[in-house]
Design a protein around this ligand. Structure first.
Ligand code: SF4
Length: 400
């Protein structure tokens, strides 16, 4: 059984994309082929950490689970001491960049040179921007851990800034080509970082930001609501349950194109030559039977419809054949959509009666004599009756 190691954002995302790839990476610890764009991102992140560390003033740490996280309204910041360390000069910054540089994973010397020049350019522009406007970081490259309602999570946060209101801004640098405001609003990574910061620091989270380094643009979003965090917590729970159950099914998709483990993956492994002929016969037989099955299903449906039309005209339910008797059966069910039902139940203080939101719960409520008959009638009026006819063959059909 896999131990319940804290879940990072990338571990969570990898499992959602393909559990088998997750197993190769996190259980079998198979190495991946280095890729230039990852190397580039790592180098730029490490240089930015070096650049901003002199400006860091530590935040207020929570004293543990007993100390509640405060909201922005409740938070009264005390004027803190701001670190006024010197930013490294541009030359020192670029020298640090040269020291950190590694050519790992680039597809060609030209590819490496292109990325290297891009890094120099964006770091130089960022350095100039910092002269005009300095952030007030309380942490850079901070590793945070938390137990989020039973789920252990962790993450390395690029930067956490103190805002002018005294709250915290979670900043994640992105070196990717394209980025939009929607990315900041929808990012599960930022949601998870919000939780990590809230569980570790007393100051409230005021903003979540993806920082697009190529354009030096912060893409900001407000902190997530409790409801939105609840949705993420549920998805994390699904991942944790899957890992605990050792469910590692391959899930092919776009991610396969950049997966290093195709040779180990059943989705891509070839049938051994010695077995191909035997298995080809089975596959052909399966294909023939499947097509016959479809043809029979369609013929069965047409025959039942024809019988139904004739039985309707004649007003009969039992139709004898030479080998058996076909009996027409009727099945009736009330179907409910929940949207019109919910407000009715809320007004009567009974919204808890549809806890899982299934139409079956509504049907039970409509039949429940303990519920006010007027309410039951109103709920029943939102439903639609569905009638289904089907045919059975009499078990004790006469011998021919
Ligand atoms: S090749 Fe595709 S399906 Fe197979 S492990 Fe990799 S990502 Fe998963």
């Amino acid at each position: 059984m896999a131990s319940q190691a804290p879940l990072s954002y990338s571990s969570y995302r990898t499992y959602l994309e393909c559990p088998l790839r997750w197993k190769f990476l996190y259980i079998d610890r198979l190495p991946e082929t280095p890729r230039g764009y990852f190397t580039f991102g790592r180098v730029v992140h490490s240089v930015l950490e070096e650049l901003l560390r002199p400006l860091v003033t530590p935040p207020t740490r929570r004293l543990g689970e007993t100390e509640l996280q405060r909201t922005l309204d409740e938070w009264h910041p005390t004027p803190g001491v701001r670190a006024d360390g010197d930013l490294p000069s541009l030359d020192a910054l670029l020298a640090a960049y040269d020291r950190a540089w590694t050519g790992e994973g680039y597809t060609s010397p030209e590819d490496e040179a292109r990325y290297r020049a891009l890094g120099r350019d964006l770091l130089s522009r960022y350095h100039a921007q910092l002269q005009a406007e300095r952030p007030h970081p309380v942490a850079v490259e901070e590793h945070l851990e938390a137990r989020w309602d039973g789920i252990p999570v962790h993450g390395y946060i690029d930067r956490i800034d103190r805002t002018s209101k005294g709250g915290l801004e979670v900043v994640d640098y992105k070196t990717s080509r394209e980025l939009s405001s929607d990315d900041a609003r929808d990012s599960d990574q930022l949601s998870l970082y919000q939780v990590l910061v809230e569980r570790n620091f007393s100051e409230p989270v005021e903003r979540l930001t993806l920082y697009h380094l190529r354009s030096l643009t912060p893409l900001r979003a407000p902190p997530r609501s409790r409801g939105a965090l609840g949705v993420l917590h549920e998805r994390l729970g699904v991942v944790v349950d899957g890992i605990r159950a050792e469910a590692y099914e391959p899930t092919p998709g776009r991610q396969c194109a950049r997966c290093d483990f195709q040779s180990r993956c059943p989705e891509f492994r070839s049938v051994p030559v010695a077995e191909r002929e035997r298995l080809a016969v089975l596959v052909d037989k399966f294909a023939t039977l499947r097509s016959e099955e479809r043809r029979l299903e369609s013929e069965l449906r047409r025959t039942a419809e024809e019988l139904h039309r004739a039985a309707e005209e004649l007003g009969v339910h039992r139709v004898p054949g030479s080998q058996s008797v076909a009996i027409r059966r009727r099945e009736e069910a009330w179907q409910y959509t929940l949207d019109p039902v919910r407000p009715l139940l809320e007004r009567s203080g009974l919204s808890g009666r549809i806890s899982n939101g299934s139409p079956e719960e509504v049907r039970r409520l409509v039949r429940d004599p303990a519920v006010d008959p007027e309410l039951r009638r109103k709920v029943a009026e939102t439903g639609a009756r569905r009638v289904k006819w089907y045919w059975e063959l009499e078990d004790d059909a006469p011998e021919s």
